[in-house]
Design a protein around this ligand. Sequence first.
Ligand SMILES: Nc1nc2c(ncn2[C@@H]2O[C@H](COP(=O)(O)OP(=O)(O)OP(=O)(O)O)[C@@H](O)[C@H]2O)c(=O)[nH]1
Ligand SMILES: [Mg+2]
Length: 500
Amino acid sequence: MSRARPTGPEDRSEGPATYDLDLDLDLDLDLDLDLDLDAQEGEDGADLGDDLEFDAAPVDSHRGAFGDYGGETGALIERTFRERIIIVGVTLGGGDPELTDSDLDELAQLVDTAGADVVGRIVQRRSAPDPATYLGKGKAAELKELSEALDCDTVVFDDDLSPAQQRNLESLLGRTALDRTAVILDIFAQNASSVEGKAQVELAQLRYLQPRLRGKGKGLSQQAGGMSAGGGARVGSRGPGETQLETDRRRITRRIHKLEADLRAISLHRDTQYKARSRSRAAQVAIVGYTNAGKSTLLNTLSGAGVLVEDRLFATLDATTRRLQLPGGEAVLLTDTVGFVRKLPHQLVESFRSTLRVAAEADLLVHVVDGSGPDPQSHIDAVREVLAEIGAGDVEELICFNKADRSDEVARLVGRNPGSVGISAVTGAGVEELLLTVGDRLRAATRVVDLLIPFERGDVLAEVHREGEVLAESVGEGGMVLTARLDEAASAKLAGWVMA
Ligand SMILES: Nc1nc2c(ncn2[C@@H]2O[C@H](COP(=O)(O)OP(=O)(O)OP(=O)(O)O)[C@@H](O)[C@H]2O)c(=O)[nH]1
Ligand SMILES: [Mg+2]
C-alpha cells in the first residue's frame, strides 16, 4: 500500500519535509515537582454521614494503598504489588444496563492500565444514587461480603463519589473506595513526562484531593499512616486534628496557586510560539480522538515523528507538532493531542485546557476513531462532548475511521458517514486519500481573491504574505496585484484592498 510521502517540491533541497517543532519548554520555572504533603490526612475523627451508624472499627485486613492519598505526588496507586479490585456500576433512572456493562468493561481496562487486577464486579439499578453510599444499603452490604470473599484491596465506582460517600464506603467496607476519576488521574500521573504535563496532572490531582482532605474515618487514617506507599508514618501523630487539617489545606491551596502560575507562564510562552507559527502561514490541523484510537500512530506514519505509540490508554499527554506538506503542495502543522474518554474528569479538562487550545484554534480537526472497536459512535459522542467543553465544538471536523486492516467494519462506517475517510495508520492504507481530503477541506474554508496594494503600503503587502497564501504577484497600475488564498479572518481584515 502506498504510504504518504510528506516530501514536497519546496523541501527537497532541504531534506525531509518534516521539522521537529516539539515545544521544548526550557523555561526555568522552578516547578519543584516533588510535592511533600507529608501530613495531608489530618486526623479529624470518623466524620460519617448524619444518619449512618457504621461500624468504624479499625481495619486490619486490607493491604491496599490504592487511593491512599499519599504524600507522593502521582501516587494514588500502590505499585509494589498488583492490587485486587472490585468494580462497581450503577444504572441510574431509565438508563440502559448494557451501557453500564460496557462502561465497566472500559473501567476494567483503565484499572488494568493503572496496574491493578479486577477480581469482581457488582452492578445495581437505582432511580438515584444513595446520598450516603451511592449504592443502596442492601447492595452495599453485598459489596462488603464480596470484598471479603474475594479478599479485594479496593473498590472502584464507575461514577464520581462525593467525599462523604467515599468516606462512608471506606468505613463500611474496611477498604479503599475510589472512583473512575481517581483511576484516570492515576494513569495520567504515571504517564506525565514533560514539565508541563506533570504540572497539569498534579494540579488536577490536587483539585480532586482538596475537598477530600477531611476524608478518612479514624480507623482508615491510622491504617493509611502505617501503610503509606510513599513510606514513612505520615499520619502517625495524633496532633490537634483541626489545626493539622488547616495546615494541610493551606499547603495544598498554596501549591495549587503555584502550579496555576507556572502553567500560566508556560501558556504565555506557548502563545509566543503560536504567533510565530501563525506567521508561517501553515494551516493548523489537530489530531483528536478517543484514547487508543491511533492518533500518535497516524502522526508517526505521516511524519516519522517518533511519538510514543502503545496499546495503552493515555499514552500521549503532551502535544507534538510536525510540519508536513500535503499532496497539493501546501504546508500544514499537524498536532497530536491527548486522548479523550467517557467521563473524562473535569479536573483534567480544566488543567489541560491550555494544551487543548491547539484543538480550539485549529483550522481543521482530524477526528480519529477506532473503527474496529465495539461502539465507535459512543466514542465519537464522548470526544465531541469534550471538544465542546474546551471550545472546539465549532471547528471543522474530518472523521477518520482507523484500523481498517483489523476490521471490515471500517468500510461500512465510512459508507454510513458521508465525508469521512477510512485508513489504517499502521499499514498506511487510505492515508494518501486522507491527506487529499484534508487539503480539500482546508481549501474549502478559504477563498481566493485578487488584491491591489499601493506601492507605498509595504505593511499591507507584508500582511497579505503573512496571513494568506500568495498564489501570484505582479506589478499593476499604482500598486502590486496579488492573487491570494485567505481564510475568513484574513479576508475580513484585507477586504479594503480586494479588487472589484
Ligand atoms: N491494527 C491496527 N492497530 C493500530 C492502528 N493504528 C493504531 N493501532 C494500535 O492501536 C494502539 C494505540 O495506538 P496509539 O497511536 O498509541 O493511539 P493514540 O490514539 O495515540 O492513544 P493515546 O495517546 O493513548 O490516546 C497501538 O497498539 C497501535 O499499534 C491501525 O491502523 N491498525
Ligand atoms: Mg497517543
